[in-house]
Design a protein around this ligand. Structure first.
Ligand code: CMC
Length: 392
């Protein structure tokens, strides 16, 4: 073999070329297909951004309409797949339920699992986009013991998801436009982030020519880790525990600096951003506005802002270039919208789905793709003889 490079966490190794997302971590720049994230946040809906990521260009009004209609026609889950949720305990965390149900899609929709058939890939793409919010809402309904609703295809993507999640069969459900708009924006901000852990997982699994459902199901598990998407849940739990202990932000920061029992400031730091995460900047501004609009001033927001202030003026964080990341303020918004903490990472997954799909497409279409197969530096014993059991 040739020379093997040791690069834990692939910190300096590119496994692919990509034309989807650009990040400049020193400058705090994020662009999807060349468009700055703040302009997309201001001017484009989540479905427009999904189209952009997957097909390369922003849709025209008629392209968007066709895309939207196609997705609306696929929001239902097979009735047998609905019963699949009964197999989980009531207290199941919705993330593994989400992943399991996405995995199960490849058994229910076997006519769209061939990665080299364009028609099948197009169908699995639309099915995933359409069904993930339904699955996510059912995972939630299951956890609170409420009946599942059928998707309402008169509603847009985010509105339908909100109704499936919070609606009950006997009552009308009015979607709050402030919540719908804020959630759509959060999905836009999460839609892609180049070769992060879950996306790299989707690509790695896909590189073995596994189908899109299987690849995305694996990505959902990677996202659930607390160093990745699971951080949004961890941030809220951290803020609550600071409040419970009397709200002493300085004492908590001291614990982090002492590296006590692996305590980290959740929602801070990033492998690529060595500057303020541009998504966090937008979310912080939005959190303030949306919380006021919903009349839900939250003392946890005050703790979060104080925590940020203390950290950003402390040499430990400054010298390591640790800034708030996307997960620092999102939980406060999700909470104000009525989502329980355990749904936060599920919301991240819905937002990230178009990115996973776009990256999987790029991987499967790239003639330079090879099966993902990292090397290692062996550190185990040198050759030694096996001693038979009786003589050991
Ligand atoms: N709190 C305290 N110290 C930290 C933190 C933090 N959140 N993040 C990094 N450090 C320290 C770390 O201890 C190390 O210090 P030292 O050199 O003294 O050992 C230094 O900063 C470099 O850290 P690293 O672990 O080598 O950095 P990494 O690029 O491997 O890790 C990270 C990136 C995001 C996993 C890490 O910053 C972290 O654990 N953050 C908290 C979890 C989090 O918020 N994750 C969400 C990431 S953004 C979106 C997403 O993926 O969901």
């Amino acid at each position: 073999g040739g020379l093997v490079t040791y690069d834990p966490g692939f910190a300096n190794t590119a496994n692919t070329t990509s034309a989807i997302t650009y990040i400049d971590g020193d400058e705090g720049i994020l662009r999807y297909r060349g468009y700055p994230i703040d302009q997309l946040a201001e001017n484009a809906s989540f479905l427009e951004v999904s189209y952009l990521l997957i097909y390369g260009e922003l849709p025209t009004p008629s392209e968007l309409e066709a895309f939207d209609q196609r997705i609306r026609r696929h929001t239902l889950l097979d009735e047998d797949l609905k019963r699949f949720f009964d197999g989980f305990p009531r207290n199941a965390h919705p993330m593994p339920v989400l992943s399991a149900a996405v995995s199960a899609l490849s058994t229910f929709y076997q006519d769209s699992v061939n990665p080299f058939d364009d028609t099948q890939v197009s169908l699995s793409t639309v099915r995933l986009l359409a069904k993930l919010p339904t699955i996510a809402a059912y995972a939630y309904k299951k956890s609170v013991g409420q009946p599942f609703l059928y998707p309402d295809n008169k509603l847009g993507y985010v509105e339908n998801f909100l109704k499936l999640t919070f609606g009950v069969p006997s009552e009308d459900y009015e979607v709050d436009p402030v919540i719908a708009k804020a959630l759509d924006l959060l999905f836009v901000l999460h839609a892609d982030h180049e070769q992060n852990c879950s996306t790299s997982t989707v690509r790695l699994v896909g590189s073995a020519q596994a189908n899109l459902f299987a690849s995305v199901s694996s990505g959902i598990h990677a996202l659930h880790g607390p160093l990745h998407g699971g951080a949004n849940q961890a941030v809220l739990e951290m803020l609550e525990s600071i409040r419970e202990q009397g709200g002493d932000v300085n004492a908590f920061v001291q614990k982090v600096k002492n590296k006590e029992a692996g305590v980290r400031l959740m929602g801070f730091g990033h492998r690529v951003y060595k500057n303020y995460d541009p998504r966090a900047a937008i979310i912080k501004k939005t959190a303030d506005q949306v919380l006021s609009a919903l009349g839900k001033r939250d003392d946890l927001l005050d703790i979060a802002m104080e925590l940020e202030g203390v950290a950003l003026s402390d040499d430990y964080f400054v010298s390591r270039k640790l800034y708030p990341n996307v997960d620092f303020y999102t939980g406060l918004l999700y909470r104000a919208m009525g989502f329980p903490t355990r749904m936060f990472t599920v919301l991240f997954a819905i937002g990230r789905l178009p990115g996973w799909i776009a990256q999987w497409h790029e991987m499967i279409e790239d003639p330079k793709t090879k099966i993902g197969r990292p090397r290692q530096l062996y550190t185990g014993p040198a050759e030694r003889p096996v001693v038979p059991l009786a003589q050991r």
